[in-house]
Design a protein around this ligand. Sequence first.
Ligand SMILES: Cc1ncc(COP(=O)(O)O)c(C=O)c1O
Length: 356
Amino acid sequence: MIPISKPFIGEAEKQAVLEVMDSGMIAQGPRTAKFEERFAQVCGVKHAVATSSGTTALHIALLAHEIGPGDEVITTPFTFIASVNSILYVGARPVFVDIDPETFNLNPALIEAAITSRTKAILPVHLYGYPCDMTALQAVASKYGLKIIEDACQAVGATYYGQATGSFGTGAFSLYATKNVMAGEGGMITTDDDDVADKCRMLRNHGMRRRYHHDMLGFNFRMTDLCAAIGLAQLDRLADFTAKRRANAAFFNAGIESLITPQVKEGYGHVWHQYTIRINHQRDRDAAVRQLTEAGIGTGVFYPVPAHRQEYVREIVGEVSVPVAERLAREVISLPVHPQLSQADLNTIVNEVNKL
Ligand SMILES: Cc1ncc(COP(=O)(O)O)c(C=O)c1O
């Protein structure tokens, strides 16, 4: 079976973990600080704050921007549920805006109509590693005085006209085991804002600046040095990983016929966390998934049920009109695109997909 994802664990990762073990400093310590420094450099921002996951990064990023009960946050329904849960954790209301069928991301042209006096922020998701249209998002955000909290969980290393995702507002990244850069579990908040960074550091560690003096209600959302050591070793490989993902995606785009393959607009530095094709809605996506599985190809459907259709979310937001997201939820199939695919794997994938 060619797996849909495969974490790369090399000698550097193993050695780095052993060194942390030998150091006796397992919890958040010097490796986490180093990882934050390096991550901030990669994103071209002043601060990176490490957390226990992408979900906790989003959660405290929203809190640091003082988003809470009574506030509305505009986001996409076509995302991993953590984007929406983070809005619910802080007591705010998600407002779903439909997506663009080409990019799978928030359609900026539809945002203005969703803005009310309660709207505080836009939470765009750079889904599959494809950056959102940040020019359009920034224009609408600045017109209405809204914050931008980027869910860059799938988009480490991605760029929009040369600028890194996660650097347009406050960014949140995931370092979960299958992500383009992983730490087993983990997250990172990126920002140029000193005050937001300071609040995030406090929120992740029980509101502490001075030991056992708690200035606010915080959490234990810390990263361990074991995870940070893995993440640091992975960051060294980011350029190589991204180049391989891009080459794999280019090979698929050249070889796959008669299905809707993902196209990248000029200026968008896609990092191919997922390579996602669309099966025309008149055909049976689930049958295509079965056929590929039988041919030994792992696939993923990200995501079969859009967020507004999850029962507990529907109870809050009611009926929502997002026809493009609904259609794509029925049409998408992600294929393996990770850096560990061999040329033989790539050929098999193209041949089998062309038989669909
Ligand atoms: C778009 C998106 N948002 C948020 C998350 C949450 O990240 P984590 O799994 O690290 O909590 C993920 C990761 O799966 C994601 O893909």
